[in-house]
Design a protein. Structure first.
Length: 93
């Protein structure tokens, strides 16, 4: 088990980009790191499909005794996560 893995998202996490990033993120998660950090500073926005992806990744990490950490969120992303109180589910730094 790796200690910490970081995925740096480099484009808006929305529309057609979500399935591409989903594949990469789940590939990294399958290595069972203790902590998976998603650096969203380069994303600048996320949509509802990205939110579902983040919830699925969080579940996968939690079931595997790992932790998902979101970092680099801007104000709009934090607002999106606050709808439905999803921001309470994630570790945000």
């Amino acid at each position: 088990m790796n200690q910490v893995s970081v995925v740096q998202v480099t484009e808006p996490l929305e529309d057609d980009a979500v399935p591409r990033w989903e594949q990469l993120i789940f590939e990294v998660a399958s290595r069972r790191p203790r902590e998976l950090v998603l650096d969203l500073a380069g994303a600048d926005r996320i949509d509802e499909n990205a939110l579902v992806l983040l919830l699925r990744v969080n579940h996968r990490m939690t079931v595997g005794n790992g932790r998902l950490v979101l970092r680099g969120l801007n104000t709009q992303m934090r607002r999106t996560l606050s709808y439905g109180r999803a921001d309470r589910v994630f570790d945000i730094v």
